[in-house]
Design a protein around this ligand. Structure first.
Ligand code: FAD
Length: 493
């Protein structure tokens, strides 16, 4: 369907008309706008490439303010249209785009600045981590942000942010010194340790429940190259591999400059199942002993070693956009029995997906992300976050993410069956880890599926805090009712 880009405020869509009446017609893009197709295509996942009534692309905080003021008075909430918000558009289904309503696209708020005297980087919500790192590199500093350069700043930081630096500096949200945020009414406030400190804490992992954040002020640190080794290992070595991952997860805090992701994956391009370890030293120490256990495992191809800048490392991703994905995280104790079970489950998932789509049409990406318990203490020392990890200060954990991508653009018909298979696998893993006494409550929001209760997994005290802050800063429940995407505190039981 094509609509006219009518700047007189008679598009027939109440929220688009309200934006045009608020003198934002230059920022409004109806489906007839030449830019509209590229705005839809900019979404990372095919699941989220929806066609809203219109996009609005504010360029300044003041335009975000006018956008929210216009939209919050464009209807009393009874009409069945809604608003979606996107920064980098890497979020999951149902979180960042909408069919019946307006999508606020924050991609123009993408500036990165650096205040050397305060050692603080100011980062626009619509920036992507690769560009942030490249801009900060010129000042000789880095920040705790995404591992993949194409991921957006806003969603990543609002959901916590697991980074190569997490063991050293905490989740990325722990490095946010100040949030500039626009509330439902259009009022702009700053939230930090001194002003609106309840909101500051709530925003550290509390997601999109309070307003639209326009800028994040982040603690910076001196830039150093990353030393990165990537190993590809055959599935017949899974026992040694799991023991090495588990040993790494139990390393003492003195190893906090090291990070890793371990994967079991079927890659349709290579047509093989393999295990992979991406081993990172954030102080550029190629001789770190943190990964010694991996060195003894035979590899399928020679390991690759690099010493590269944070910006360069963030751009080496092989995770392409334009696929249809299904994924779920669970958190488990650092228990090799459960990790072995995950690898067994990969084998049955592979057979199931092969039967549904054929070998060429899917890839699997099951990954283990170590979460040593001392990371929780970093968050507490930096003012506290919402993730609730400080409930468990004794047991080292692993965030396990089971995900699948379907490559064919016309994979929509197969998607429900594939989704069910991934979901069923996760349920089996959850049941097994419970039976071993190794399940953990935490569901990491940034990877969470819409079917999971990420906020509820933060624990009662943090749910209460998020609820109170949402009530206080959004008393009309605009971000609960009108902006339904993402994880909403009103939906937590
Ligand atoms: C290839 C890839 C790699 C990834 N790597 C990592 C990783 O290393 N570590 C990790 O922790 N996560 C990772 N993720 C997950 C990622 O953190 C989330 O998908 C995150 O939501 C992406 O942020 P975004 O700004 O791109 O998302 P968006 O889709 O734009 O937003 C996500 C959610 O946040 C809301 N939102 C966005 N901006 C604002 C704002 N300014 N104010 C209020 N609400 C807002 C949106 O409405 C939506 O609900 C990865 C994802 C992908 C696809």
């Amino acid at each position: 369907m094509t609509y006219n880009n009518n700047t007189q405020g008679h598009t027939g869509f109440p929220p688009c008309d309200a934006l045009i009446s608020a003198n934002l017609s230059h920022a409004v893009h109806l489906p007839s706008s030449p830019l509209y197709p590229s705005l839809v295509a900019a979404y990372w996942s095919l699941n989220t490439r929806r066609r809203p009534w219109c996009f609005v692309l504010p360029v300044t905080t003041s335009e975000v303010s006018r956008t929210l003021a216009a939209l919050s008075s464009a209807g009393d909430g009874a009409g069945d249209w809604h608003i979606a918000v996107r920064s980098g558009a890497h979020g999951n289904d149902n979180s960042n785009n909408i069919e019946k309503g307006v999508t606020i696209d924050l991609s123009q708020l993408n500036a990165t600045t650096y205040d050397a005297a305060a050692n603080i980087a100011g980062v626009g919500t619509g920036a992507r981590w690769g560009n942030v790192y490249a801009a900060l590199d010129k000042h000789g500093v880095g920040v705790t942000g995404g591992r993949e350069g194409i991921v957006g700043v806003g969603g990543f930081l609002l959901g916590g942010g697991n980074s190569w630096y997490t063991a050293r500096t905490g989740f990325a949200c722990d490095s946010v010194i100040n949030y500039e945020i626009v509330l439902f009414s259009g009022v702009v406030v700053n939230a930090n340790a001194s002003v609106h400190s309840d909101l500051w804490r709530a925003l550290k992992g509390g997601g999109s429940n309070f307003g639209i954040v326009t800028r994040f002020d982040l603690e910076a640190f001196p830039a150093q190259n990353l030393s990165i080794t990537t190993r590809t290992i055959g599935p017949d070595h899974s026992d040694e591999f799991i023991d090495a991952v588990s040993g790494f997860t139990d390393l003492a805090p003195s190893f906090r400059d090291n990070a890793m992701i371990a994967l079991v994956t079927y890659d349709s391009e290579e047509n093989r199942i393999s295990l992979q370890s991406i081993e990172v030293n954030t102080r550029n120490d190629a001789n770190t002993t943190a990964f010694d256990a991996f060195k003894h495992i035979p590899t399928l191809i020679p390991a690759t070693k690099q010493s590269i800048t944070l910006a360069a490392s963030s751009n080496r991703s092989e995770l392409g956009s334009g696929t249809r994905g299904a994924g779920f995280p669970v958190t488990i104790s650092n228990d090799p029995r459960v990790m072995r079970y995950c690898i067994e489950q990969h084998a049955s998932l592979f057979s199931d997906l092969n039967a549904i789509t054929g070998l060429q049409n899917f890839s699997t990406l099951l990954n283990f992300q170590p979460l040593p318990s001392y990371i929780a203490e970093i968050g507490v020392k930096k003012g506290g976050n919402m993730l609730g990890l400080d409930r468990n200060t004794t047991s080292n954990m692993i965030i396990f993410i089971g995900s699948v991508v379907l490559k064919a653009p016309d994979s929509e018909d197969q998607y429900p069956q594939v989704y069910q298979k991934v979901s069923a696998m996760i349920q089996r893993i959850e049941a097994f880890s419970k039976s071993m006494g190794s399940s953990q409550e935490f569901i990491y929001l940034n990877y969470a599926n819409a079917a999971q209760d990420a906020l509820g997994s933060y624990g009662a005290a943090n749910v209460k805090h998020i609820r109170q802050a949402a009530n206080k800063y959004d008393p009309h429940r605009f971000f609960q009712k009108r902006v339904p995407g993402g994880f909403k505190i009103d939906r937590v039981g």
